[in-house]
Design a protein around this ligand. Sequence first.
Ligand code: PEP
Length: 252
Amino acid sequence: MRTKVIAGNWKMNKDLNESVTLVSEIKNGLTKLNSSSEIIICPPYTSLETVNSLIKDTAINLGAQNMHFEDSGAFTGEISADMLKSVGCNYVILGHSERRKIFLETNEVINKKVKKALDKNLKVIFCIGETLSERESNVTFKVLEEQIVNGLSNIDNDKVQNLTVAYEPVWAIGTGKTASPEQAQEVHEFIRKLIAQLYSDNLAQDMKILYGGSVKPNNAASLLSKPDIDGALIGGACLKPDLFLEVIKIAG
Ligand code: PEP
């Protein structure tokens, strides 16, 4: 049995004071839920240290939304894996579709980041997903396979165990459109089979594959009931503590 994972990607939202309010509300709400799920929150860089100090006595995990693949040096504006660890992160989201689209991150760049993060013992939420035009041209599985094969190139079995995949169809992110539970399950099953081919059956069975794309309390139950959907990566709804907590409650 894989434990369910509920992760919140705050994106470029919440200044320091707002972050304190949001994390306090999540923390208080969680004490009443007795959830068995793994909870991860990914605030902006500027709030990581403070949020970390507020969740120290809880089971909430702290993640960043991105990092650079180099250790240090002349990379103005970038943040390294060690820097993330020094403020309490144990997770990092890599390959988010907004990074791929707006910041032109290629599978090769994402591969370098994934490798570095895993080498530094950060757990990775590795995002993949097809655009609407790719889905309409029937190349969804081809695109996902390329993202996985290239994104995980030269990453060994022992490292990849610390990686969680997040399938996020780009057309469902922030749009209010969700993949149907059947559409999502079909893709998750495909991803698990591909991981089994690239690594092993056992590793694929243990790997958590999250769904992301307009997850809210009204669609969470049907998505999370599918056998290969192990949790959710949530954008918009994670900024509203009542919605985020409700999804956690649904996940059980
Ligand atoms: C995301 O950006 O990872 C995401 C899933 O966003 P939303 O829930 O808003 O669609």
